[in-house]
Design a protein around this ligand. Structure first.
Ligand code: SF4
Length: 323
């Protein structure tokens, strides 16, 4: 049986400004098993990055906070961990690759020094020579020659910088990797190389991964399971097969697939989802998708739908709970 690595229950995350409270994540449940890759998919503002920042406990200070729920990594309560504990957990148990490699690296340190920093913090027993050897190994693992460790970030191309960022994230072989749009800033050919490399690395060191993206093509190539997020909730989750091949879907998932060109069909226009995501400071009653949903019923406007579960596939929609 698959061993649970991360367990999130009923997570609520808010951002408080002088003007309003933003309800960014609203009762999210998610389990990630060891070695598993989960795709977290949804529009901008769906709460994907906020979920990842909550796992890292890196929400913006003073305005972002976890209002309710629990996050357990290897049964350790992340929400109640001290800041000193979190410094050890970050990098060693869980690492994050941020969206933009250009701003994730320190311009005044060589890439070797930046990889060494992580080892300094987490591998205190390693000698200087061992650390240097590890830097060489990790650079070669991500497809960069070890002798480039003496170079500075500006001496690398965008794709190479992203490889360095991945090398830093993987230096201590974390059990969980949070990859937030890791290839968005890269061109398509480099994107394919970086994804292939991440897949290989994952197999080599059995790291579990939450891959945050709005690109369903990337998800299809890399993920074991897929969670679709909307307005801070997971509205559908299942194996990649359930999501890409199954016949039952949440109307929002149907809309997402309708927005992608199908190479096998001739069509003049795509069918985008009409309307916009609800204002997160003023979420509607009932189903949060109801004012955009072509299948909306009266009950959807007032009652939050239950989760309909079949095997590993779950959908949060009245259409299924009424069956
Ligand atoms: Fe549409 Fe109702 Fe299902 Fe929401 S609960 S997705 S409004 S059918």
């Amino acid at each position: 049986m698959a061993e649970k690595l991360l367990e999130i229950n009923n997570l609520h995350v808010e951002y408080k400004t002088d003007e309003a409270v933003v309800y960014a994540v609203n009762g999210l449940d998610l389990t990630v098993n060891r070695g598993e890759t989960i795709g977290l998919v949804g529009e901008t503002g769906a709460g994907k990055t906020t979920t990842a920042l909550s796992i890292m406990r890196l929400l913006p200070e003073r305005i972002g906070y976890i209002k309710d729920g629990s996050i357990k990594l290897e049964n350790k309560d992340i929400i109640r961990a001290t800041e000193a504990d979190m410094r050890l957990i970050r990098g060693e148990s869980v690492s994050m690759i941020f969206q933009d490699p250009m701003t994730s690296l320190n311009p005044i340190l060589t890439v070797g020094e930046q990889i060494s920093e992580v080892l300094e913090l987490h591998k205190k027993n390693m000698s200087k020579a061992e650390k240097s050897k590890r830097v060489d190994e990790i650079l070669e693992l991500v497809g960069l020659p070890a002798l480039r460790k003496k170079d500075y970030p500006h001496q690398f191309s965008g794709g190479m910088k992203q490889r360095v960022v991945i090398a830093i994230a993987l230096a201590c072989e974390p059990k969980l990797l949070l990859a937030d749009e890791p290839t968005t800033a890269l061109d398509v050919t480099i994107q394919a190389q970086v994804l292939e490399m991440m897949k290989d690395l994952k197999e080599k060191i059995n790291t579990a991964m939450i891959l945050i993206t709005h690109d369903l093509g990337i998800v299809a190539q890399t993920c074991d399971r897929v969670a679709i997020m909307y307005a801070g909730e997971i509205i559908e989750i299942g194996t990649a097969e359930d999501i890409f091949e199954g016949k039952d879907h949440h109307p929002y998932t149907v809309g997402l697939f309708g927005s992608i060109p199908d190479m096998k069909k001739t069509s003049k226009r795509l069918s985008p989802i009409e309307g916009l995501m609800p204002d997160p400071t003023n979420l509607p009653d009932g189903c949060k998708f109801h004012d955009r949903c072509p299948k909306c019923m009266e009950i959807c406007k007032t009652k939050n739908p239950d989760v309909f579960l079949e095997g590993m596939h779950s959908i949060k929609c009245h259409l299924y709970s009424l069956n």
